[in-house]
Design a protein around this ligand. Structure first.
Ligand SMILES: Cc1cc2nc3c(=O)[nH]c(=O)nc-3n(C[C@H](O)[C@H](O)[C@H](O)COP(=O)(O)O)c2cc1C
Length: 183
């Protein structure tokens, strides 16, 4: 089983990244394989809606680091999509990646391409009640479902304004390890 963690936080000692590492390390100890990509350190343009993908079987015209992410998604069984909550939503980095998945809608085989792959969303946030942003996370999960992925869990990790805070929270670590065990 191959796992791709997508970290859409810009912070070096990011809680999202730490959470993805906890899941990945646990899954690896159970025999899985995988990696984390840090979106903020890559060059990924916003979708230009140029229509190229419509004419080229889902291929995106933009020759940037998203091309590697497309390959990694296609090569993985599990996608862990991780984002901090910024103003009750995912980060701009996360949305940029999601918009670039639009090209897959133009690939005739997209529904079949992802049928064996499952997406889980992991979000880290401060003090806002989950009700304020769960709608956005459900929307992102519906996007993955619409693209043909199996939809999995949405995990929200509260009270993590301090960089790396999640690493000291036993309850959140247990929640993440439970996700790893279920993969
Ligand atoms: C621009 C900005 C907006 C934020 N908006 C919210 C918010 O609406 N709700 C919330 O609970 N936390 C909010 N936060 C706090 C982050 O979600 C929180 O610190 C998160 O754990 C950061 O994840 P990271 O450590 O992976 O970067 C915001 C932080 C920033 C920088």
């Amino acid at each position: 089983m191959k796992i791709l963690g997508i970290n859409a936080s810009p912070r070096p000692d990011s809680n999202v990244k730490a959470a993805l590492e906890i899941v990945l390390d646990e899954a690896k100890s159970n025999g899985a394989d995988g990696e984390i990509v840090n979106v903020n350190s890559l060059t990924i343009s916003a979708c230009q809606a140029d229509g190229y993908c419509k004419e080229h079987d889902g291929e995106c015209a933009l020759n940037d680091d998203m091309q590697d992410i497309y390959k990694k998604i296609e090569d993985s069984d599990i996608i862990l999509f991780g984002s901090p909550i910024y103003f009750c939503d995912i980060t701009a980095q996360a949305k940029t990646v999601i918009d670039r998945l639009y090209s897959y809608f133009m690939n005739e085989t997209y529904g079949k391409l992802f049928a064996d792959k499952k997406v889980h969303i992991i979000a880290s946030h401060g003090a806002a009640p989950v009700e304020m942003f769960i709608g956005s996370l459900n929307t992102q999960m519906n996007v993955f479902g619409g693209l043909g992925f199996q939809t999995g869990e949405i995990i929200t990790l509260e009270g993590n304004n301090v960089p790396g805070a999640v690493k000291g929270k036993e309850d959140q670590i247990e929640q993440l390890k439970a996700l790893a065990a279920s993969l």
